[in-house]
Design a binder for this molecule. Structure first.
Ligand SMILES: [Zn+2]
Length: 98
């Protein structure tokens, strides 16, 4: 019941991280956003992978603009995230360390 809400919340967090990727790579993020992004990456392998993809894209194109982050790429990422979750199954009790 409430599990769905939690999953959706994480999904939103990941989407926000995706939004921050370009700024992060271009160094235009504020300090707070940068820290938020990095702390999210620390616990999120999918976003880490997404960042790696973005880096590869930049390596190819030289730079990245918001237009480069196409909806298709975002969908790709969301799909990756969903697949990851489907593979793991629903893991209850994601108790964080206090
Ligand atoms: Zn994430």
């Amino acid at each position: 019941m409430s599990l769905r809400i939690r999953l959706r919340r994480r999904d939103v967090v990941c989407r926000q991280a995706v939004e921050l990727v370009t700024g992060y790579l271009e160094g235009t993020l504020g300090r707070a956003d940068r820290r938020r992004f990095e702390s999210h990456l620390a616990g999120c392998p999918h976003c880490t992978e997404y960042l790696a993809q973005m880096r590869a894209t930049i390596h190819l194109t030289g730079r990245i603009t918001p237009e480069d982050l196409t909806p298709a790429m975002r969908q790709d990422f969301i799909a990756l995230y969903r697949r990851w979750h489907a593979e793991r199954g629903d893991q209850s009790g994601s108790g964080g360390s206090a």
